[in-house]
Design a protein around this ligand. Structure first.
Ligand SMILES: Nc1nc2c(ncn2[C@@H]2O[C@H](COP(=O)(O)OP(=O)(O)OP(=O)(O)O)[C@@H](O)[C@H]2O)c(=O)[nH]1
Ligand SMILES: [Mg+2]
Length: 391
């Protein structure tokens, strides 16, 4: 395939070189502004890189833009020929805006081309593999990841086994398993206090999960456990945690300032495990998430689990994790698996957030409905698409 890369000072220049070199029927495959290099420090320095081909056909709007390009070239010539008057000074931002529009158009064309290629690749799948592809999409796995998994399946499973549902299922489960990076259980080292904080959006199950963890460590593992809450915003939030603290018989502290946090943590210095409950925060509230980070720093948290509900879509989960990155989480904890209709979204989340998964919860019962995340079990859940988690 004849694909060439061109660089020029502007998109117009780059496109005219493309036309000169590859002819008027050439298609632009990719365009970007090139940064970096010492030249980029020079005032006004910029380089646009365009990748084009005279063999690949993409729906092109180059013709429609031809008039714009000519106009843009005239604009530039005018500005060179005549001293810059007020109207030409106004024209500079206009031209910049136009270049930006053209770049956006080009990016849109490239994205459409990629989608067409991907769809073609999927359409070419043999029927047996296409069925598996469709089942991954049903399991809430994105088109991109489903395609990658099917490609791995295709190259790793002999062709005569493609129609063997069990073999396909087993291989896909193993491929999915490799995508799930886990953190392992919380392991208080003993001899010094280990502080674990739970953060996340509102209503995802932070307090309930704290109660499950506390009950398991106190009652089953016989560890010395304490609770701290900084959730003094929501009416009844403190009472919710205190109820659990009373039932499990645990010390509990309520703090609302960094100074109180320091004192509370010091008072719990001789415990094995301190669980810190925080107020639910909107992922869009950057200031509150920064405040959270400051509080966690004050508490000298050893682990910060970002709690997210599995009921949310892949895009909501990944965007929320992006926003909460400011609170420096060390792992993800997924709740409400029992309410989800598919589980593939957790793969997208783990990939995007680049955090290991610590625990999953699958019901409202304290202390039972929680499990340490295990790749094999979760992969089976994602592929089979149904509970129980402990199947
Ligand atoms: N189905 C189901 N419900 C859960 C699970 N975990 C928690 N819940 C329920 O979700 C609701 C909210 O739980 P909380 O623990 O109060 O959530 P939170 O994140 O502390 O909420 P805020 O403090 O308001 O941000 C409650 O009704 C819980 O019983 C779970 O794994 N499955
Ligand atoms: Mg809560």
């Amino acid at each position: 395939m004849n694909v060439k890369t061109f660089r020029a000072a502007s998109i117009q220049e780059a496109l005219s070189v493309v036309r000169r070199e590859l002819g008027p029927g050439a298609s632009v495959l990719h365009a970007r502004e090139v940064r970096g290099g010492w030249l980029s420090w020079l005032p006004g320095w910029r380089r646009i890189e365009v990748v084009a081909s005279d063999e690949v056909q993409v729906p092109s709007r180059l013709e429609a833009r031809g008039a714009n390009l000519v106009a843009a070239r005239h604009d530039r010539n005018d500005s060179i020929a005549a001293p810059a008057g007020p109207s030409q000074r106004d024209a500079a931002p206009l031209r910049a805006g136009r270049v930006q529009d053209q770049l956006s158009e080009l990016q849109g064309m490239v994205a459409a081309l990629c989608r067409t290629h991907r769809r073609a690749a999927v359409n070419e799948l043999p029927q047996e593999l296409f069925r598996s592809y469709a089942s991954l999409i049903d399991a809430e796995i994105s088109e991109e990841l489903a395609r990658q998994l099917i490609e791995s399946l295709r190259s790793s499973l002999p062709e005569h086994e493609w129609s063997d549902d069990d073999a396909v299922q087993a291989r896909l489960t193993r491929l999915v398993e490799r995508e799930i990076v886990v953190r392992g259980p919380i392991q208080p080292p003993g001899g010094r206090r280990h502080l674990v904080a739970l953060v996340g959006p509102t209503g995802v199950g932070k307090t309930t999960t704290i109660a499950k963890l506390a009950a398991n460590f106190r009652l089953r593992e016989k560890r010395r456990v304490g609770l701290i809450t900084v959730d003094t915003y929501r009416v009844a939030a403190v009472e919710q945690l205190r109820t659990y603290a009373d039932i499990i018989d645990l010390p509990m502290e309520v703090v609302s300032t960094p100074r109180e946090m320091r004192a509370a943590v010091e008072r719990m210095a001789d415990l094995d495990l301190v669980l810190l409950d925080t107020a639910g925060r909107s992922p869009h509230d950057e200031v509150k998430i920064q405040e959270l980070r400051a509080l966690l720093h004050e508490a000298q948290a050893d682990e910060v689990h970002l709690v997210l509900s599995c009921v949310a879509s892949a895009s909501t989960l990944t965007r929320t994790a992006e926003r909460f990155a400011a609170a420096a989480p060390t792992s993800v904890l997924l709740t409400k698996l029992d309410e989800a209709t598919g589980y593939g979204q957790m793969l997208e989340l783990l990939r995007a957030a680049r955090l290991p998964l610590s625990y999953v919860t699958h019901g409202q019962n304290v202390p039972d409905d929680i499990r340490v995340a295990e790749p094999q079990r979760l992969a089976r859940l994602i592929i089979a698409g149904c509970l129980p988690v402990d199947a």
